[in-house]
Structures are given as C-alpha cells and as structure tokens.
Design a protein around this ligand. Structure first.
Ligand code: ADP
Ligand code: MG
Length: 689
C-alpha cells in the first residue's frame, strides 16, 4: 500500500474540483433538505403503510440511509407519539445513542432531553416530555424491570440488529413475547446487513423492507505482507494519504481508547513540522468514553484545504455515519470479549474481525464518492483467516448478569427461552452456578431477596454483590468509590509518551500496600480533597475526564443504594473490612502463587500474571483477588489486592472448602526465582488494551 501510494500507482478516480463543488452544495442544504436527501426519504410512506398492516417489520438499509435518525421521526410525525405514548429506539453503543439523539433533536428543532432524549447507563437525559427516546439496548432491558408491559411505548425499534450484541439478542426474545399480548405495540427490527431472513423467520415471517442503497465503488488495497505493528502502519498510511492523495476525509479503525489516544498523540506530533504548504490534518478521535462535547467534532464539516482523519473504534463500522469519508484504513482488528465456561475466565482481547465486518468497513469509503480502502492485512489472510461472520456475543460471553435480569423478570425457564441463537448450555449452567455462589439464587434456582436487590444495580452481579455486602462491613462509601473507579478502569492514569518516568512515579505515589483497589481509593479521595480540581489531576498525571466520570457514576450508584436502603457509612481506615467486602463479590477471581513463582487461579488452575502497572508488581503476595483478566502478551490479572485465604472460607463457604485452600498453599518460591523481574520493561501493548 505504502509503495502504491508513494509511486502514485493508485488511480485517481476522484476529481477534486467536482468534490469541492459537491461539498459546497451540501453545506447549502438546510437541515430539512438534508433529511429529504437521504435514501430512506422516498420510502417514508411505504414503510409507514407496511407498519400499519404488520405488527413487526424488518428494515434493511445501507449505513447512512437514514434508518436511525429518520424512522423515529416518521413515527412521531404520523401519530405514534399521541396520547402520551413514546417511540423507543435501541442502540448497542452509548456514543451512538447520544449522538443520534442529539442529531434528531437538532432536526426537530428541540432541546436535547426534552421531546427527544437518550438514556445510557448512569445517564438519563430524558424528561416527562420525551416522546422519542434513544437508549442503549442494555437500558431498554432495564425498562422491562420498571414497566414489564412497556405500556408507555407505542413502537420499539431495535436498531443495529445485525450487531447481535448480548442485550439486543435478549431483547428479541422479550419483545417477541410481549408482542403476543400487546397487539397495539409495533416493532421495527433494523439492520445494516442484507441477510435479514433470519430475523424475519424468527419474528414469524415478518415482512422485510429493503431500502435500496446508494453506493460508490470502493477500491480495496491489501498489504503484500502481514504488518508487524498495525498501529504504526495505520499512522504511516494516514500521513501518506494526506501528503499524496486528493481531498477526502480518512477513517481509521482501531481497537480502543488507549490505542486511539496514542495514535492521536503521534499524528499530532508528526504533522506539526509539516510546514504551511501542506493542508491541515484535523484529528478526531471517537470511542465510547469520549465526552459528548468532543464527539460533535467528528461531524463538523472539514474546511476547504484541510483534511479530517477520524480515529475510531468499531463504532464507526455501522453505528455512526460520518459524511465525507473517502479513505478507510482497516487494521483488521477489534476488541472482543471472550468467555471460557470451562475456566470461568472472561477476557478482553484484540481479535481479528470477520469478513462481514471488513466489508462493512470498506463500505464506509464509498458513501459520498468513489473511495479507497486500505487493509493492513494480506489478501490471503482475508480469504483464509477471517471468519465469515462475527460470532454473536451471546455465544462468547458470561451470561450471569442477563440471567439475573431474566430471573427478576420472572422468566425461570432459561433453557426454554426463545433465543435467536441459543447460548452454549455450559455457559448458561456456569452463570446459574455463579449466581448461586453469590447467593442471588437459592438451591432451586429461584431468585433470593439478595438477588432481587442485586438486580437493581445496572452492574455485573459480582460488583452488585460487593456493593450490597458493604452494608455488613460498614464500608459503603469506600466501596462505592472503588466500584466507580473500577468502572472507568484503565483510563485513570495519564502516561504521555515523553514523560513516562514522571507519570509512573506519580502513579506509584498513590500505591497502597494492600494493592490496587485501595490505591484507586487513594486517588479518588485525594482528588476529592482537592475539591475535585483539574489542576490537581494535571499535577498528578491523572485524567480529569475519567475522574469526573467516576464521580458521576458514583453519584448514580449512591442513589441506587438509597433505593435499596443501604446507608452510606464510611470507614476509610478499615482496610481489612474493605478488602473483605471486595472479596464478597469477587471471590471467584482469586489466585495464589505457585512454586514456579507464577500465579494460578484457585478453582480452575489457570496460569495468570500480575499486570506490570499493578501496585503489587514486584511484591509477591501469596493470595490475591483481581478484578479482571486481560490478555495482551500474557494473561494478566488487573486491579489486584492481597487477601487472606481464610477470608474465602469465611465469606464464601459454599464455594471454597478448607481442604481446597490448604492444598493450594504452596511453599514460597526460593529467593530470586519467583520474584517477578523488576527490570522488565513495560511493553507498549500492555497499555494498549
Ligand atoms: P443509518 O441509521 O441508516 O445508518 P443515520 O440515520 O444514522 O443512518 O444517518 C443519516 C444521516 O444523518 C447521515 O448522513 C449522517 O451523517 C447524519 N447524521 C447522523 N448523526 C449525525 C450527527 N450527530 N451530526 C451530524 N449528522 C449526523
Ligand atoms: Mg443507524
């Protein structure tokens, strides 16, 4: 690719003058004219007619055809929001829910949060007036808890159905069932991929409406040899396109926030010295935790002479349409959750995308003009190594939280639940066992009082259990802080490229000898004592945005605690109490040191390692509890604290037996042997997940 770009071998189909003209034309269009120019507009009446004669319809249309932003408005305009009813639209991603809601509010000329609003976890931007409500699929699931018949909705649109997220899949089953006894409820299932037959069949042969796409050809270029470092390759490609190719914005698919931040930094540095002859390169990151005021930047028109490069996660694959993209750089990877029911371990890994994804990504280059897609992997790899489709999330994730939710909705027969694709029965079994061990279910698999309280929290059951247990240990205030800090996990510490040593030292100043949980508590409490100061964050290499988010999350969980009547007591110096509370929720995630000096998980004997950023790296505690495992160069435990083995028997007697614990007590490794090499250099990839 690099060679092709440099030697100008890539044919230039784009006429820059034509393109500029078109852009100026576009800018002139008023917002209403823009609405009318979308492919879906010509189909407005036909879709509405189809919906009035069918309870469920499937809509298929290319990304950018107007499904998400227009259909809800068509429903609103044609009377679906009369009599105090509302229209709901689900999105798998929070950023998409916020961004489309903002767009629709603008198009309707109303304030976001009034007639048009959104709800995402820990943020409800709606009011009594809201008639068009966008929300994450997870929040829609929670609507069932509050209002089992969804009586306030006249129509629900399950958008991005092709993504097959866990929550969307569960929603399918719930709305299908609900539709049977709410004949007035309308359902729209919308998808960006053409194979909607499966959805139609599932919804009793619901009609499929296809919006014909408008698409320009996209030329695809593969690398000749595999790229050793796709991040670096992506950056080089961006610069080369910018220097040699005609106008048109660039979209780069990366895997996560840390990677996107790294790329933003490097690109900013490298374009700095390019001189004034070269047009400006506007760098726009987009990922789920990006604050909303920075999200709007990606939609802003690129000024003439400049070029925009959007550095995005999978979010830009189908959820968000960014106008003006002509070049796509596809690294071929995305971040995925993998759960292994046999080991009980869930890990977030950077995995190759599917062929379907890679076609979608390429498609993003051809929306406004003929485009080019540069794949940073070989043609051979595309043909032979990529799966055809991404495995639905329900088949590769831990199901404990949805099982808890279904149980609290009164759905007891999980095996008989009408899944579009059923989860592996082993995973289902493990989830039930896990909920039993947490005492959320009793021996008969029925929801306990504790389980009911746990379901009130939009959190993983282990986290909810930890929060509820804080009542017993009188550590609620501290535990709320730790839970919130864990939920913005891994974006607390700022580690700029040229100040790594300073940043690492600053981080070490917060270390608590018991491990990372109390270190996080330290960070938060010191920040609180600084009166939540930005300056304090700056001086301590802490990301202010993440802290602010942690504070918001904390406020939300605090409200939920009030609802389930957990008093907010504080006990900041009771380390043992705090660690025992954490153990009450996370006792599955324990490991102890082995003779070889590595760690092994207690039940399943998986080898794991202490993450190099941990406060416990270089110390060799015998027993640890961890928040999660991430897989980079090794399987790393992250957010780790030292515990005492007898706590496990005290706290989870039905899960751990004394003999199990004592047989796991190994002799300490010989001096030097097991000690983790303190000079081990922190590898780049260890920070990039
Ligand atoms: P689909 O759901 O079919 O992929 P959308 O309804 O999301 O299509 O997009 C329709 C149009 O609205 C696109 O041209 C897109 O660029 C524009 N759009 C969507 N969200 C925004 C936003 N936040 N700001 C500006 N334009 C937007
Ligand atoms: Mg959409």
């Amino acid at each position: 690719i690099k060679e092709a770009i440099m030697s100008g071998k890539i044919d230039e189909q784009e006429d820059p003058i034509e393109e500029k003209k078109r852009k100026i034309e576009e800018e002139k269009l008023s917002i209403q004219e823009q609405r009318k120019s979308l492919p879906i507009f010509a189909h407005r009446q036909k879709i509405l007619d189809l919906l009035s004669s069918n309870q469920v319809i499937i809509i298929v249309g290319e990304t950018g055809s107007g499904k998400t932003t227009q259909l809800t408005q068509y429903l609103h305009e044609s009377g679906y929001t009369k009599n105090g009813k509302k229209v709901g639209c689900t999105q798998p991603r929070r950023v998409a829910a916020m961004s489309v809601a903002k767009r629709v509010a603008d198009e309707m000329g109303v304030t976001l949060g009034k007639e048009v609003g959104y709800a995402i976890r820990f943020e409800d931007c709606t009011s009594d007036k809201t008639v068009v409500k966008y929300m994450t699929d997870g929040m829609m699931l929670r609507e069932f808890l509050r209002e089992p018949d969804l009586g306030s909705y006249s129509c629900i649109m399950i958008d991005e159905a092709h993504e097959r997220t866990l929550h969307t899949d569960i929603l399918f089953g719930l709305v299908k069932d609900l539709a049977r006894y709410r004949s007035d409820l309308k359902l729209i299932i919308s998808s960006a991929t053409m194979d909607a037959f499966k959805f139609s069949k599932y919804f009793d042969d619901a009609p499929i409406y296809k919006i014909p796409g408008r698409r320009f050809p996209v030329d695809i270029y593969n690398t000749k040899a595999p790229e050793a470092d796709y991040l670096d390759a992506a950056i080089v490609s961006v610069l080369q396109i910018h220097l040699t190719q005609p106008p048109g914005d660039i979209l780069v698919f990366l895997t996560g926030q840390a990677e996107i931040e790294a790329a933003t930094e490097i690109l900013t540095q490298r374009t700095h010295g390019l001189g004034t002859k070269i047009g400006e390169l506007i760098i726009c990151p987009i990922y789920s935790a990006l604050p909303s005021n920075m999200q709007v930047k990606i939609f802003e028109k690129t000024p003439p002479g400049a070029r925009k490069v959007v550095l995005a996660t999978n979010i830009a694959e189908t959820s968000l349409t960014i106008n003006g993209i002509v070049y796509v750089i596809d690294t071929g990877f995305c971040k995925q959750n993998y759960y292994n029911p046999r080991t009980g371990m869930e890990s977030l890994i950077v995995a190759p995308i599917s062929k379907a994804s890679s076609l979608q990504r390429a498609g993003r280059a051809g929306r406004v003009a003929p485009g080019k897609c540069f794949r940073l992997y070989t043609k051979w790899s595309f043909e032979n190594e990529l799966d055809d489709e991404t495995v639905p999330e329900i088949q590769r994730t831990n199901l404990a939280s949805v099982v808890l939710m279904l149980k609290s909705l009164g759905i007891d027969d999980l095996v008989g639940f009408d899944f579009l694709d059923p989860p592996p029965s082993e995973t289902l079994m493990r989830s039930i066992e896990q909920l039993y061990a947490l005492a959320a279910l009793n021996e008969d698999g029925e929801l306990t009082k504790l389980g009911r309280r746990m379901a009130e929290f939009p959190l993983d059951p282990m986290m909810s259990k930890m929060i509820i247990s804080s009542e017993k240990y009188k550590t609620t205030s501290e535990i709320l802080t730790i839970a919130s800090m864990l939920s913005v996990n891994n974006s607390i510490f700022y580690r700029p490229k040229d100040k790594e040593v300073h940043a690492d030292n600053a981080r070490k100043n917060f270390f608590n000898e018991t491990g990372d949980h109390l270190s996080l508590l330290n960070v938060y409490n010191q920040w609180r004592d600084s009166n939540y100061s930005i300056q304090w964050c700056y001086e301590n290499y802490i990301q202010y945005r993440s802290m602010k988010r942690a504070k918001d999350v904390r406020d939300q969980i605090e409200n939920l605690c009030e609802r389930v009547e957990i008093p907010l007591v504080s006990n900041p110096t009771d380390y043992e109490g705090i660690l025992k509370t954490i153990t009450s929720g996370f006792f599955f995630n324990t490991s102890n040191i082995t003779r070889s000096g590595d760690y092994s998980t207690l039940k399943k004997k998986q080898t794991v390692f202490i993450h190099p950023t941990s406060a416990l790296f270089n110390r060799v505690p015998k027993w640890v509890i961890f928040f999660e495992v991430v897989q980079t160069t090794k399987e790393y435990m992250r957010q780790i604290s030292e515990i005492q083995p007898q706590w496990l028997i005290e706290i989870a007697p039905h899960f751990y037996q004394l003999k199990e614990i004592s047989s796991s007590v190994h002799k300490m490794p010989k001096q030097g042997k097991g000690k983790v090499n303190s000079s081990e250099v922190l590898k780049k990839e260890e920070f990039l997940i």
